[in-house]
Every structure is written in structure tokens, then in C-alpha cells.
Design a protein around this ligand. Sequence first.
Ligand code: C2E
Ligand code: CA
Ligand code: CA
Ligand code: CA
Length: 279
Amino acid sequence: AKQQGRNNFQFFALDMTSEADRRSTLERRLTQAIEEDRLSLAYQPKIRVDSGEVSGVEALLRWHDEELGQVTPDEIIPVAEDCGLILPLGAWVLRTACRFSSEWLKESGEPLPVAVNISAIQLNHRGFVATIEAALAESELPPHLLELELTESTLVQNPDRALEVLSTLRNMGVLLSIDDFGTGYSNLTQLKYLPVDRLKIDRTFMQGVVDCEQDAAIVQAVISLARCLGLHIIAEGVESEEQLAFIRQLQGHEYQGYLFSKPVPAEELKALLAKGHLV
Ligand code: C2E
Ligand code: CA
Ligand code: CA
Ligand code: CA
């Protein structure tokens, strides 16, 4: 047992070292990637449940690094938040997404609302509203074509600040969504006073709606609650026709998921839209 214990400790120590190594490598490579403009965005369509048309897209961060390979946003974002890179990174995402939607509007004459994920650190930073204004001005994107996705935990972290910033953005015409709804234990009273337009039901609940009664009940309750609050409902992570049928039956407004399309590079999305999926 003693021998075993020592081995375990060694493994543990090794693991810690390699994890710390990976983090510092990530930090160094990410700093470079931002400077050299080597990040990209993938766009995932949002589909109207009633008509099957594309109603907008969500921009999702993608990074392929020569040394590290493909690095997922779930790994990038926490590192960027810890080392202060989230502000330049977040500003880059906003500028790029706004430019994409604006170019599509100019090229096709069709509006394509774009949604961008926002970290708590961005929302709580003094320059946040100015960053949004700059991205809109620079791209000449009408504000109602930009949607910001904020998680419940981001919104309840500093509710007074969130209310102030969201009110300002709402007045500018920007759309606001609560992301990953149902995972954050948010206080419903707080949500009631926040000027948000839309609510995204987390993928983890959608996974179970077909064969887990509890998940089905949660999604049903969330949708009726959202309806009472006058919110637009989007279901995330819809992978099967059965899941879509469930959302349709409950009169959810939009869905996103592999059933229709994975997040794809800008050019691929344009080709998809050109095939006539747009309103
Ligand atoms: P999220 O905002 O909840 O985004 C949805 C995630 O689910 C995306 O993962 C998307 O690729 C994935 N997804 C979409 N449809 C399906 C489906 O049908 N099945 C399954 N299994 N997955 C699906 P991704 O792109 O890896 O992003 C993960 C998370 O990283 C995002 O979760 C978001 O919280 C964060 N993130 C991504 N890009 C950004 C960004 O630019 N800024 C910030 N702050 N966070 C970002
Ligand atoms: Ca999101
Ligand atoms: Ca989400
Ligand atoms: Ca999520």
C-alpha cells in the first residue's frame, strides 16, 4: 500500500506539472495568436421552429495552434480570463462577428443577426459599452443585428452593474440573451428585472428531453416561465428530430444544434445561406 501511495503521489505531481506547463504554453501561444490574428470564428445557424428558416447565427471561437493543435473555447476562455487576455480577445470576437454580419447584409441585402458570447469579466469592465459601440460603428452594423449571450452566473455576479449595462445596451437596440439557462441557479426575481429579450435552454436539458421525464419537465417549466416573462425561447443542442418535435410541441421559437448544422467557417455558412435558407 505504501508503494502504491508513493506512485500515486508521483503521478499526481507529474500531472500538476504538465497541467501548469500546458497553461503557460497556452498563455504564451494565445497571446501570439491574438497579435498575429490567427484566431477564427465559426458560425452556427439558429433555426425558426415554425418555418425552418435560418433566423441568425451564433459566433463561436476557434483556434488551431501549430504546437497545440485544435484548442476548444472551453479551455481557451478560462485561461484568457485568468491572464487578462479576455478583454482583447473578446473585443476581437465582437469586431469580427459584427463585420461578418455587416458584410452579409451589404452583399445579400438580407439581415443576419449575429450572437456573441460575453464573459463576466468583459461585462464588468468599464470599457464594455464603448467596445460594443466601437464594433458597431466600425462595421456599420445596425445594433438590432447584434445579440449578446450572457450566462446566468455572469448576470447574478454583480446584478446592479448588469442592470446598468444591459439597460444602456438595450436602449442602443442591442438584443440580450440569457445563455445556458437552467444551469446557474439564478434568482428568478433578479431575472425578472433584467432587460433581456431571449432565453436559451441549456443543451444538458435538451439531451434528456426524449427519455428522461425530469429533463422533459424542466424544459417544459422553463418554457412556460419564459413565456410568462414575454421572452423569446431558443433550445440549444438539438440533435434529433424527436428533440425538435418536443420543442415544437411546446412552441419554442428557435433551435440550434447538429440536427441542422454544426458551427461552420464563415465561407461555408455563406454557401449554406446562399442555398436559400434565409428569410
Ligand atoms: P455555448 O455558448 O453554450 O455554445 C454552445 C456549444 O455547444 C458550442 O460549443 C457548440 O459548438 C456546441 N453545440 C452546438 N450544437 C450542438 C449539438 O447539437 N450537440 C452538441 N453536443 N454540441 C453542440 P463550443 O463552440 O465548443 O463552445 C463552448 C463554450 O465556449 C460556449 O458554450 C461558450 O460558453 C464558450 N465560448 C465559445 N466562444 C466564445 C467566445 O467568443 N467568447 C466567450 N466568452 N465564450 C465563448
Ligand atoms: Ca452561447
Ligand atoms: Ca449555451
Ligand atoms: Ca454551454
